[in-house]
Design a protein around this ligand. Structure first.
Ligand SMILES: [Fe+2]
Length: 250
């Protein structure tokens, strides 16, 4: 039977209670976080296999060079002949290590739904309009200060089939490439004040409230450009106690 939102919300509350009672800080979600149903089916149950020669994957994995990334890749509103519909936003921040030092020259990739909450992807067939002027992918390299910056439009919330009436809060997917493909990290950025936070088992799978709050960007008025775009700031900390939650198993 397909679970209802109430079923899922009860499970979320139960896992949250168990986390608080355990009094053990855990920034990463459990791999078998049951309210997020498909995680039950696809999380590893066996110990990971140690690869004897981890560098071998670099021979067949994706690579990029500095010249592959152009200025235009950071602006998702200029990839087509017309402008996409939606609320234009600037998303910026810094990639930092545990000591707060900038991680420079880092490939940051993003992908997102359009303003109506639909991905330009064959797998997304829900009845919201596609936007011919929006593909929803961008990338940039961090600068000398670890900074990244994108111009895009605010993605819409979208339904998914985890349970009846399941809706994802608006979010942007982020990937950080590292210095080798095996180091790639993937996470999601959310927008402040989204009413769907409490209902979303993916966000709630991060049971630590402080770690969860680090996935939410801050609206910053000084970043808003007059007559042009609204500004959001979101820093990504790669490890240590203030680390941004990273999806495992990718
Ligand atoms: Fe998504």
């Amino acid at each position: 039977m397909i679970p209802t939102q109430q079923d899922i919300s009860e499970e979320i509350a139960e896992r949250s209670r168990a986390y608080v009672e355990a009094e053990r800080t855990q920034h990463h979600p459990a791999r078998d976080y049951s309210p997020y149903r498909s995680s039950l089916l696809r999380h590893p149950e066996q110990p990971l296999v140690t690869v004897q020669d981890p560098e071998a994957v670099e021979l067949s994995g994706p690579v990029f060079g500095i010249t592959d990334v152009t200025e235009l890749d950071t602006d998702l509103t200029r990839q087509h002949t017309g402008e996409p519909l939606g609320e234009r936003i600037t998303v910026t921040g810094r990639v930092l290590n545990r000591d707060g030092r900038p991680v420079r020259g880092q490939l940051v990739e993003i992908w997102q739904a359009n303003a109506s909450g639909r991905y330009a992807h064959l797998r997304d067939q829900h009845p919201a309009p596609l936007d011919p002027n929006f593909t929803g992918v961008g990338r940039c390299l961090t600068d000398g200060d670890g900074g990244y910056r994108f111009t895009t439009i605010k993605p819409g919330a979208y339904p998914w089939r985890n349970h009846t009436n399941a809706w994802r809060p608006a979010h942007i997917h982020f990937s950080l490439f590292g210095t080798a493909f095996t180091q790639r990290l993937v996470t999601q950025m959310y927008f402040p004040g989204d009413p769907l936070f409490a209902y979303d088992p993916i966000l709630q799978s991060v049971t630590d409230a402080a770690a969860r709050s680090r996935l939410v960007a801050a609206y910053e008025h000084d970043l808003s450009v007059p007559e042009w775009s609204l500004g959001y700031r979101w820093d990504i900390v790669l490890d240590g106690p203030a680390a941004t939650w990273i999806e495992e198993g990718r």
